[in-house]
Design a protein around this ligand. Structure first.
Ligand code: F0G
Length: 458
């Protein structure tokens, strides 16, 4: 008999989960203003709000924490992290930050000014927020195919090179501080970017004299997909593929809370000394001295170890197979989602399920609320709430997709949990036609409103 696939780790410490009743959940979500971010985590049974900072650290990472050096300047932990970053990315210079958006804040403070244009493949919301806050423009150049959730493409996160080139042709290089390539492309469904596309973007950047930034939160998952899906990479190791990917970038921002499997942390890494120096002042002002930048020594040590574990093939295979397993259950029940399954999450196609809910009433949010009430499973809306209002007209922006993201934390849940999630979603799916109305906004902030918005039933 062929041996089945099994996880590449075992469990050393557990945390209890709380069950609740449907009546309790109906009450709690109402009190939370129908915003899943406002729920106490104790009110959630399976938490798929994010894969960010929610992973389980390994015994080796916890051991590394005990060896953290808390010196203000020049800590051993900093040098350990520097070595790890160099080994995996090839970048010589780096600045630690407390998380990914802090890295964006520091880098963009140095590079981005009013009126600038930053083309990219579906900028993540904090990235877009930091660009628009500086009155610059985040121009989306993702391939059109990413908007069709039914298409099975191996690299659906790719940049459309024609769209990108027309932007580069239209604006002078001085107005484009960098191109932002997000690997994997979170917003489009955790979809990877191919090495061929990375090379194409890099060639255009060079042709037009523009820098290339990787938003690298899930770079290791991207490398895994390149290994298993792209011709010529099957025989290469994940670290080799990572080095090749990063060889095409000028700098990277990293939310270490994802692929480096730590609960907090981030960094910016640079090829060139001058850009690193240009960012130092902002790092000191916003984060901390350049050898700790918002991280304690122990956190830098855990991150140095996590970068190695996050780029281990067996770990990545376990992780991405679990996401694929959940996808196979949804397929069994006929539930539509962004195909193929992404690296860190399943993006359920809410518009195809709740066809009776008007688009003004937040379709994906409505599905998220129903899933929570059904089984205590918390996902997150990637749709009209997240898209914010247009910064100029203040009108709601209606993205082409209304998705409910079910992000899977790393090394946390078992496949029994995946079965539970799929069953809860199936129950909502089975009663989809009876859901005819959604929600309206009671209170919201001008930028990144989805975190704190309060809603009421329409
Ligand atoms: N870039 C990408 C692609 C991200 O997915 C995130 C965060 C960030 C940057 C910002 O990093 O949270 O450390 O400040 N994504 C989380 C998510 C929040 O749930 O997808 P951060």
């Amino acid at each position: 008999m062929e041996l089945p696939f099994a996880e590449s780790y075992k469990i050393k410490m557990v945390e209890s989960l709380r069950r609740s009743t449907r009546e309790q959940r109906e009450q709690w979500i109402k009190e939370a203003g129908y915003n899943l971010f406002n729920l106490k985590s104790d009110y959630v049974f399976i938490d798929l709000l994010t894969d960010s900072g929610t992973g389980a650290m390994s015994d080796k990472q916890w051991a590394a924490m005990m060896e953290g050096d808390e010196s203000y300047a020049g800590a051993r932990s900093y040098y350990k992290l520097k070595e790890s970053i160099k080994e995996i990315t090839g970048f010589d210079y780096f600045l630690p930050t407390h998380q990914g958006r802090a890295a964006e804040n520091v880098l963009f403070s140095s590079l981005v000014k009013e009126g600038d244009i930053l083309p990219g493949n579906s900028h993540f919301d904090t990235t877009k927020g930091h660009i628009e806050f500086r009155k610059a423009i985040a121009l989306d150049c993702t391939i059109e195919e990413a908007k069709d959730t039914t298409l099975e493409l191996p690299f659906k996160g790719n940049m459309d090179l024609n769209k990108l080139e027309s932007v580069l042709r239209q604006y002078p290089a001085e107005k484009i501080p960098c191109i932002v390539l997000t690997i994997t492309n979170n917003t489009a469904g955790g979809q990877p970017v191919s090495m061929e596309n990375i090379k194409g973007v890099s060639a255009l950047a060079k042709k037009y004299g523009v820098k290339l930034l990787f938003d690298s939160a899930r770079f290791a998952e991207n490398a895994y997909f390149i290994k298993i899906r792209e011709k010529g990479y099957a025989g290469k190791t994940i670290p080799e593929i990572c080095r090749e990917m990063f060889s095409h970038a000028d700098f990277m921002t990293m939310s270490s809370k994802k692929d480096a499997i730590v609960n907090m942390g981030g960094f910016i890494a640079f090829r060139d000394e001058a850009t690193w120096q240009g960012c130092q002042m902002y790092n000191i002002m916003y984060e901390g001295f350049i050898t700790y930048g918002g991280m304690s020594g122990r956190d830098m040590s855990a991150l140095a170890q996590g970068l190695k574990e996050g780029t281990d093939f067996d770990y990545l295979q376990t992780r991405i197979s679990q996401v694929a397993y959940l996808a196979s259950k949804l397929d069994e029940y006929g539930i539509p989602f962004q195909r193929p399954a992404g690296g860190h999450a399943i993006f359920v196609d809410a518009k195809k399920i709740l066809t009776n809910v008007p688009k003004e009433q937040f379709v994906a949010q409505t599905l998220g609320i129903e899933l929570y009430i059904e089984g205590g499973v918390r996902g997150v809306e990637i749709g009209t709430l997240l898209a914010d209002r247009d910064p100029v007209t203040r009108e709601n922006r209606f993205p082409s997709l209304e998705l409910l993201r079910l992000a899977i934390p790393r090394r946390v849940y078992t496949n029994n949990h995946m079965d539970f999630i799929a069953a809860a979603l199936k129950n909502v799916f089975d009663r989809r036609d009876s859901i005819t109305s959604g929600y309206i906004i009671k209170k919201e902030l001008p930028i990144m409103r989805h975190f704190t918005v309060e809603l009421e039933k329409a």
